[in-house]
Design a protein around this ligand. Structure first.
Ligand code: AMP
Length: 246
């Protein structure tokens, strides 16, 4: 596996699959690497902690980072190129162009994290323009993110196919997330209410947690999506609604 710091050194061959990430890899990330590996000649994983998509007071400073472990895991999964650009390659001096997915980007997560999806859509378009992937891979765990990216790609005729892969969960049902590392044992136990409430479609199971939203979203596929706070940690999850399973 090559670790590449600048897009000028990418030199990719054949069909290219891109998996955009912010690092701190877990089985959710690895499942995307495998999906990309199965469908493309060359697999590129981007590792870029996109500060712009964190709001003031969010967890940017404490977001888990372990570049060496990430490189080792990516290599084990057969990733060809780990693309870890510097911040000023993504946002060059004088940067002032942003992609706004107006409606989809302002509901649910967007309502609670103003500016989040504008930064997500912008970094994804930038990565697509640097890497020129044939396919890009996203997790159903972040259903609204996948929907925003699909909308942007359709609206702006970006020549990339978007693949959305199933949510990976721990044995106890909690969706894997880099942010699970923040949870104490006691908080993790309380966090299990999130997958349980979604599975049962019963908001009352979240009593005692601070709920940002628990709502059906008319995405493709339709989901019941929720965000909760457990102590100082904000968690999101969703389930695909019956009859919409692909
Ligand atoms: P992140 O590094 O958190 O930005 O995530 C990178 C990609 O991995 C995104 O497309 C996420 O939706 C996806 N992802 C994160 N957690 C999971 C999970 N538990 N199952 C499947 N995909 C996931």
């Amino acid at each position: 596996m090559r670790v590449v710091r600048s897009a000028t050194d990418l030199r990719l061959e054949g069909s290219v699959g891109l998996v955009p990430t912010m690092g701190a890899f877990h089985e959710g990330h690895l499942s995307l690497f495998r999906a990309a590996r199965a469908e493309n000649d060359t697999v590129v994983v981007s590792l870029f902690l996109n500060a712009a998509q964190f709001g003031p007071g969010e967890d940017l400073e404490r977001y888990p980072r372990d570049d060496e472990r990430d490189a080792r895991l990516a290599e084990q999964e057969g990733v060809d190129v780990l693309f870890a650009p510097a911040a000023d390659e993504i946002y060059p001096p004088g940067f002032q162009t942003w992609v706004e997915v107006e409606e989809l980007g302002s509901i649910l997560e967007g309502e609670h994290r103003p500016g989040h999806f504008r930064a997500v859509a912008t970094v994804c378009l930038k990565l697509f323009n640097l890497v020129h992937p044939d396919r890009a891979y996203f997790g159903q765990k972040d259903a609204q993110q996948a929907e925003v990216v699909k909308r942007m790609v359709g609206d702006l005729a970006v020549p990339v196919e978007i693949r959305v892969c199933p949510t990976q969960r721990d044995e106890d049902g909690l969706a894997l997330s880099s942010r699970n590392a923040y949870l104490s044992a006691e908080e993790r136990e309380r966090a299990l209410a999130l997958p349980r409430a979604l599975q049962a479609q019963d908001r009352s199971l979240l009593n005692g947690l601070k709920v940002d939203y628990f709502e059906v979203a008319n995405f493709e596929p339709r989901v019941l999506a929720a965000a909760v706070r457990v102590g100082g940690t904000r968690l999101i999850d969703n389930v695909i609604l019956e009859g919409d399973n692909r």
